[in-house]
Design a protein around this ligand. Structure first.
Ligand code: SIN
Length: 304
């Protein structure tokens, strides 16, 4: 019997597959397709201290191997999540990861305090949203600011583990990873989307109203694998790997590169069952390789 369970910062996931924040809402729509308890965890839609309507449309554009988004953190706010969405998610036997973005380090602190009191299993601190003016990438591209936000989150999260979501839009992701580890993070998640742009050649207008957006989907997988591999060599933290995962082999690559668990995101838009497919195919790969636990894949790459 293959053991599918993995540990992420002391939180036991029944299997290594979670759904990525921003691609699963708060689970209501997907719960019509299957029991969310089949998932290792659910990263809920990104939250801010106050409700946000997000960026003007168009804010999604297809690309040959993925999508560009500039959603701009549309969400009902942390209080509405706690009162209306968390009770719904709690019905399922899965781990609940709240994702938060703030305009200031203090806002991250306030949200951590509220979510910790509400009893989420983990908090994913987003310092990598490419689609907002304040916060977001401003924190995720500068080691000292990334550390400041992490410290604030840790100070207010109580016993709830803090996982920091890193941006690929940097020259050296290991610098940010080390800064965040030094500030006390319990885990890292990577990668968020890669900044991109599409232009309508007839109107000469960018397709997205905000001109640029974040690229996700199969096109970004090799970047994610490379970055997980680089980061895993310089920090001692567990990693939730993500970026373009749509099949078991993709997830296995991220685990071999050093991830303890993987998130499925954009693939959900084409196939709501993608996370379950990734889980089963990961199990097949581990089984074929004679492993007794899927976690044995983690860090198993044999570089030349
Ligand atoms: C968004 O809402 O714009 C996407 C969130 C993110 O990329 O972190």
């Amino acid at each position: 019997m293959l053991d599918l369970s993995v540990s992420l910062a002391g939180v036991t996931l029944k299997n290594p597959v979670v759904v990525a924040s921003g691609t699963f809402g708060f689970g209501r729509e997907y719960s019509q397709f299957y029991d969310l308890g089949e998932l290792g965890g659910v990263c809920a839609k990104g939250l801010t201290l106050h409700p946000r309507t997000g960026n003007p449309a168009p804010r999604i554009a297809e690309t040959p191997m993925g999508i560009l988004n500039s959603v701009g953190l549309e969400n009902p706010g942390v209080d509405a999540f706690i009162s209306q969405e968390l009770p719904f998610l709690r019905q399922f036997d899965t781990k609940i990861i709240a994702n938060i973005s703030g305009n200031t380090p203090e806002e991250y602190g306030v949200m951590c305090e509220k979510l910790s009191a509400a009893g989420v299993d983990m908090i994913e601190v987003n310092i990598s949203c490419p689609n907002v003016k304040a916060g977001g990438l401003a924190y995720g591209t500068r080691p000292e600011l990334a550390a400041e936000v992490t410290e604030m989150a840790k100070k207010h999260a109580g016993s709830v583990p803090v996982m920091v979501k890193l941006s690929p839009n940097v020259t050296d992701i290991t610098e940010i990873a080390k800064a965040v580890e030094g500030a006390g993070a319990d885990a890292l998640s990577l990668i968020n989307t890669i900044r991109g742009m599409r232009i309508d050649v007839n109107t000469r207008r960018p397709i997205l109203k905000m001109n640029t957006g974040g690229l996700s989907g199969p096109a970004v997988l090799p970047v994610a694998v490379r970055m997980v591999w680089e980061v895993s060599q310089v920090v001692d933290l567990p990693i939730l790997g993500m970026g373009g995962v749509s099949k078991g082999e993709d997830g296995a690559q991220l685990m071999l590169a050093g991830a303890s668990a993987v998130a499925v995101g954009t693939a959900l838009f084409a196939d709501p069952f993608a996370p379950l497919k990734v889980r089963d195919e990961l199990a097949d790969i581990a089984g074929r390789q004679g492993l007794s636990a899927v976690r044995e894949l983690t860090g198993g790459v044999r570089p030349w």
